[in-house]
Design a protein around this ligand. Sequence first.
Ligand SMILES: [Zn+2]
Ligand SMILES: [Zn+2]
Length: 392
Amino acid sequence: MFHLISKISILCEPGDVQEVARLLGSKDVRVNCLDEYGMTPLMHAAYKGQADMCSLLLQHGADVNCNEHDYGYTALMFAGLSGKTDITSMMLDAGAETDLVNSVGRTAAQMAAFVGQHDCVTVINNFFSRARLEYYTRPQGLEREAKLPPKLAGPLHKIIMTSNLNPVKLVMLVRENPLLVDVGALEKCYHVMDLLCEQCVKQQDMNEVLAMKMHYISYVLQKCMAFLLDRDDKLDVLIKSLLKGRDGDGFPQYQEKFIRDCIRKFPYCEAALLQQLVRSIAPVEIGNDPTAFSVLTQALTGKMAFIDAEFCATCGERGAEKRCSLCKMVTYCGLMCQRLHWFTHKKICKGLQEKDAPRLREHLSTHSIKQTPTSPQWPRPESCVRTSGLKL
Ligand SMILES: [Zn+2]
Ligand SMILES: [Zn+2]
């Protein structure tokens, strides 16, 4: 047996996928065999970042949650350590548990964070299994009709899984799917999101981060619905409202108020995460840093949201490379986003090119968190003040 085990660990080198497939096919080795450290071939492949090998092993029934490893590491932990987001997603899709801990009590997300693999942390923290959503596509108990029509599960799951929480991006995801651009469909979707939010709060190991994310998505869907109730093209009006910058510095005021209002409406006042968000946002005057969006993003994904050259000024997608050809100060992921932004950007574009440049540039590239000792601009929900005893 032992030499077969070493055979497969040796075979887990790049380019040996076919040989491993042959070995597994001939039943020469067991797919979940362990080496002398308690590592399975899947753990080896995940750690070495071999996506093809991982996928082959999973197809042959590799146990994604095996933690016979000497220090209790799982394949998901190895994937997180390797920094490969595709492999991390693959492990999650295969049913990897996110709350298993190693011998010193660390989860896969905590281990990935410890070694600075923040993209993997985001993937793990944002994971939500399709099966958990599909539960609502079947009538439960005495229900005559399921809460969620099966055809909506796919588009809704796509929105839940996005790691870019920019509200413009979320509205775009709704707009791009004709099934979702419908008042009845949006109503069903947001009800399900509210139920999931409640479930995340009430489950035994309460997941406040996921609960807040579900609430946020529900809020965006409700806004889409409210705008749609009027006319068919109203989602464009919502997007423009979210992008519209105020006079002078182009700060998107509506978007800031939108996110503050959403957080304020989180229905579980006693949640520690809500209180932490309120504490960070309430003292900040609208227009100053940190924005409600950056605070929320950091809480939900563990990452700082910077206004940076790397991100699209319209939808917040990463890897934006197209600059405004006039001021060269803002970047977009593509022509569509640039066109969407122009109605408001044109008001400050000239200023960015000319005399206002130093001031506006500073505003656009502020990375530091400024604390401003001004009076709170954000009305606190009364019930929360009472329950939490927070003084703001
Ligand atoms: Zn964009
Ligand atoms: Zn410009």
